[in-house]
Design a protein around this ligand. Structure first.
Ligand SMILES: Cc1ncc(COP(=O)(O)O)c(/C=N/[C@@H]2CCCCNC2=O)c1O
Length: 437
């Protein structure tokens, strides 16, 4: 019995989001190592969490130091230096509006859930605006303020209003998409959605699980102006595309806006579970004992996060992500010329989406072919998953230190996978047992 078969015999499928029989025994840098010693070039970095790559020495050293003399396992009922240092560092990198206090958690889900509760409680305003297609988490409270269609049979918050996220590829180009989405929000605020009852608007600077959708220029500046006019807090969910991934420290910097609250997760921990909410003191100090879980703010995960932030700065990984991301996107743009399956290539830095369609004119989502491309890429030694409201967008979120050569190699493998799928060399049975989204 191989490793994947053992996995299937022991682990619940409730957490499965599987596209192929990936099983790793180790990893280093941008590579995972399988049980046969094969090296898999990892363009996902575990959905963006392994931000520094696998087995980064700075994270290993930080975790070892924290465990060598463990200052407890929580910040709930006692302070510890790594949690303080992490909070201080996060306060130093967020915009002034958000630089109040820091809440530490395990995941993007518990962070967004905490924000959703805190903004309503602290402002007394019962409503929240979020975007159709948004994935803010997998817990009850974070799913309640999400809009992703994969989250079927979940209860959305009663005070939630979902609005369209402008998609230039599918909504008639940048200006038309922006105008339509903005008009939708303005019409709501002028009538059925009383602005004085809205506590906050949650946004992703690039809507990642929704399909790596890059918003039209100025759209969010117009949204920000509306929010400021009505005293609506702006929450930037930077869990997947933040912390340098887009070639800026914060993805919202591409939008030219200044959020009130910033949510971090995934890559913050470099593969260890840690998230953070940074926001104004009146919100963040609304009440004690409001949102906590036992090992929140533990010194081991906090140390890893401090090491991640310091390494991003010391190794210039923000600029590196911008440079390698540009190279990767150029290679993908060339690939698009050779493959009619590729409908759109979009993204910033090392947050890139490759949308696959079965018809360039109608832009029909090529869901089945997307699953086959991901499966075939895995067989050829490349790990990447897919996202999107139609499950047809290959998501590239590699570790930030990815090299130019690794990016080149990745696109060579993706090219072969696309050719094999187009030529019918990947049978339906291969992907049938992987449910994906
Ligand atoms: C913008 C954004 N905000 C919050 C979350 C939730 O983070 P956690 O999965 O760490 O709770 C996520 C998580 N995204 C999912 C995680 C599950 C697998 C599918 N792909 C993701 O990246 C996210 O992308």
């Amino acid at each position: 019995m191989n490793l994947y078969e053992r996995d299937q015999r022991a682990l619940s499928s409730m957490a499965s989001l599987r596209f192929f029989p990936q099983a790793a025994v180790g990893g280093e840098g941008a590579y995972l190592i399988d049980e046969h010693g094969g090296r898999l070039l990892d363009l996902s970095a575990s959905w963006g969490a392994a931000s520094l790559g696998h087995s980064h020495p700075a994270v290993r050293a930080a975790v070892d130091r924290a465990l060598a003399s463990q200052a407890g396992a929580s910040y709930l009922s006692g302070a510890n230096i790594p949690a303080i240092e992490l909070a201080e560092r996060l306060l130093s990198i967020v915009p002034g509006r958000a630089a109040g206090r820091v809440w530490l958690g395990h995941s993007g889900s518990d962070a967004n859930e905490t924000v959703a509760r805190a903004v309503v409680a602290a402002t007394g305003r019962p409503r929240i605006i979020a975007f159709q297609g948004a994935y803010h988490g997998g817990t009850v409270g974070s799913m309640a303020i999400s809009g992703h269609p994969a989250q079927t049979s979940v209860q959305r918050a009663p005070g939630l209003t979902l609005i369209p996220y402008p998609n230039a590829y599918r909504d008639g180009g940048e200006s038309h998409a922006a105008a339509a989405a903005l008009r939708h929000l303005e019409d709501l605020l002028a009538g059925p959605l009383p602005p004085g009852e809205v506590a906050a608007l949650f946004l992703e600077a690039i809507q990642s699980d929704g399909g790596m959708v890059v918003p039209p220029p100025e759209f969010f500046q117009r949204v920000e102006a509306l929010c400021r006019r009505h005293g609506i807090l702006i929450v930037a969910d930077e869990v997947k595309v933040g912390l340098g991934r887009t070639g800026r420290m914060h993805a919202f910097q591409h939008l030219g806006i200044e959020p009130d609250i910033v949510v971090f997760g995934k890559g913050l921990g470099g593969g260890l579970p840690v998230s953070a909410v940074v926001g104004p003191t009146p919100i963040m100090n609304y009440r004690a004992a409001f949102s906590f879980q036992t090992v929140h703010g533990n010194p081991v995960c906090a140390s890893a996060a401090v090491a991640v932030l310091d390494t991003i700065r010391e190794q210039g990984l923000v600029d590196h992500a911008a440079a390698v991301g540009k190279h990767l996107k150029n290679l993908l743009a060339d690939l698009k010329k050779r493959h009619s399956l590729i409908g759109d290539v979009r993204g910033e830095g090392l947050a890139i989406g490759v949308e696959l369609v079965s018809d360039q004119a109608t832009k029909t989502p090529a869901k089945h072919q997307t699953a086959k491309v991901a499966y075939r890429a895995f067989e050829l030694g490349l790990v990447l998953y897919y996202v999107g409201v139609n499950s047809n967008v290959l998501e590239l979120t590699p570790s930030l230190p990815l090299t130019h050569d690794e990016a080149t190699r990745a696109v060579e493998i993706l090219d072969q996978a696309l050719r094999d799928v187009t030529a019918g060399r990947v049978d339906d049975g291969s992907v049938a047992r992987f449910a994906g989204w």
